[in-house]
Design a protein around this ligand. Structure first.
Ligand code: 6PG
Length: 252
């Protein structure tokens, strides 16, 4: 237990398949909790490669899910059309949305077909404000936010050295990622840190050194964007496989 009711846990599973199943189980539990409380379950989905297996497990199990109670959002998106091979929405559509009976109105993608990333970000912030009914200066509270982590310690599209890391007064922000020479749109830290539960999914030996530095401190005192994810009143779960955990000296 840490200060203010924030809770943090490290869960190590054998491999990527186990990570997908464990992650899907957490999302399913949140959906079922919300359904029991006869309220909607709001989930912000991660992009990239790691979560695809989780989405596929949700699709395989999802025949009897109360999808009408689930609202799916995106933690970040690449500024490409929704059918582009780099689109996080397209990856989620192929792995999950095309395979389950979730109402189209319950899926909230970023409208990246718009030519300007700033407009995409502003529109999404409006969508969030309307859907969650939040007043100016307060933050939507997601039931679950899924995140990944890059080798550079970025999460969502909060990349090292970008102005997005300092944004505390907006729900979303466009990010120019110089090393990728591309625009992205991301939720900001206040939204991530307002969540009831954040689950960071980390898989693969290529992430091991970064994960060790993030969780145990780097020799050079380096600081990584994912280290500023601290749900104030929620649970932060690091859900990692053995390959990613292979450099950790502490496993709890
Ligand atoms: C994205 C993600 C990004 C991702 C990390 C890890 O849009 O790519 O939001 O933050 O989670 O880059 O990506 P992998 O899972 O592909 O390693």
């Amino acid at each position: 237990m840490t200060a203010g009711g924030a809770r943090r846990e490290l869960v190590i599973v054998p491999d990527a398949g186990a990570l997908a199943r464990a992650g899907a189980a957490r999302v399913r539990a949140a959906i079922e909790d919300a359904a029991r409380a006869t309220r909607r379950c709001t989930v912000a989905l991660a992009g990239g490669r790691t979560p695809r297996g989780l989405y596929e497990v949700l699709a395989e199990q999802g025949a009897d899910f109360p999808w009408e109670h689930v609202e799916l959002w995106f933690g970040d998106e690449r500024h490409v059309p929704p059918d582009h091979s780099d689109s996080n929405y397209r990856m989620v559509r192929d792995a999950l949305l095309s395979r389950v009976a979730i109402p189209a109105a319950n899926v909230h993608r970023m409208r990246t077909e718009q030519p300007d990333a700033q407009t995409v970000a502003a529109d999404y912030a409006r969508d969030l404000t309307t859907a969650f009914g939040v007043a100016a200066g307060s933050w939507p509270t997601f039931d679950v936010i899924l995140l990944g982590m890059g080798v550079d310690g970025h999460t969502a599209s909060l990349f090292p050295g970008t102005p997005a890391l300092d944004v505390r007064d907006c729900l979303t922000v466009p990010v120019w990622v110089a090393e990728l020479r591309s625009w992205r749109i991301t939720l900001t830290y206040p939204v991530l840190n307002a969540a009831r539960q954040v689950c960071v999914l980390v898989s693969g030996a290529d992430k091991a050194e970064t994960l060790r530095a993030v969780l145990e401190g780097g020799e050079d005192g380096a600081h990584f964007p994912v280290q500023d994810v601290h749900p104030q009143q929620g649970l932060l779960t690091w859900l990692v496989d053995e390959a990613a955990a292979s450099r950790l000296t502490r496993r709890a």
